[in-house]
Design a protein around this ligand. Sequence first.
Ligand code: SAM
Length: 350
Amino acid sequence: MAIQRPDAVEHSDGAPAGVTDRRGRDMRDLRISVTDRCNFRCRYCMPREVFGPEFRFLPRGEILTFEEIARIARSFAAHGVRKIRLTGGEPTLRADLPGLVRMLADIAGVEVALTTNGSLLRDLAQPLRDAGLARITVSLDSLDDAVFRQMNDTDFPVADVLAGIEAAEAAGFRPVKINAVVRRGVNDHTALDLVRHFRGSGHIVRFIEFMDVGTANGWRLDDVVAGAEIVARIHAETPLEPAEPNYPGEVVRRWRYADGSGEIGVITSVTEPFCGGCTRARLSADGQLYTCLFAASGTDLRAPLRAGASDAEIAAIIAGRWARRDDRYSDLRSQATAGLPRVEMSYIGG
Ligand code: SAM
């Protein structure tokens, strides 16, 4: 295989040249799952019947070390990745997460973000900030304690997540983005509470359509509340107007309150898929590269890394895989795609 030096080509502004897939999509974002474990058992993600005591999570030796993650991340950065998001599983379960953030934040031109369920954020927000974390997204599906406990299926109280969000704010994260997955008949009746609570706070609630990720969550189209319906419900109470994307290809559709009191977003990967603008690569906790959230298999980066491959060789594998990328699962979602194998979101990282 011809090896391309990762830093061989540069744009005139000094930024490394990107790599483009078969559909003309650049590789700009990397989601890194740092663990496949989670302390919640949200039914739409890690239902207890599947992820119970018998479930075999990745053994420690199969999980990338921080040094391995940082090496791989540098190779992605050499091919144009500008944003790294740490996810999982629950990333804050990984010991010394700030240590990893520090290593990644040292990569020139890269912004490091985190998606977390917020359960451990009260103590971790400040150390993460000090380590160079730029942004935090907290998943919070309802403010109603009973509904929230039912959704996380671990009896975890909503007050502790709210305390985590406050700690994030105090540490200087602003805005905090709040992700709420909406399931019809489960928490959709509490969506407006989230709007009322966070409106005017500077934080941004984003409603996510329940997706058919993995094969464990019993997904049915009937359970999806379309982003358009959520927007209409909010608009009926508090008038909204569309806002421009912050950058081309932004996944969230932004809506601002007409009275200037903030904004909300909807992520409509089921009803209005956005594969055409997808610039995300994903790295599983055991070092597999995936180019789609709905993929069945990945490309192993850990084996070459542990066999002594150079940074340039790792970068070449990444670039080659991205250049061959052709996937657009959500655009094609149908009866025909329903039975296809897919990795679980807790493994690949949300
Ligand atoms: N544990 C962290 C958290 O809770 O944010 C990070 C991993 S979690 C898999 C990342 C995001 O994926 C969360 O916001 C979660 O709500 C979302 N998610 C998981 N399963 C989903 C599904 N079936 N449909 C839509 N979003 C989902």
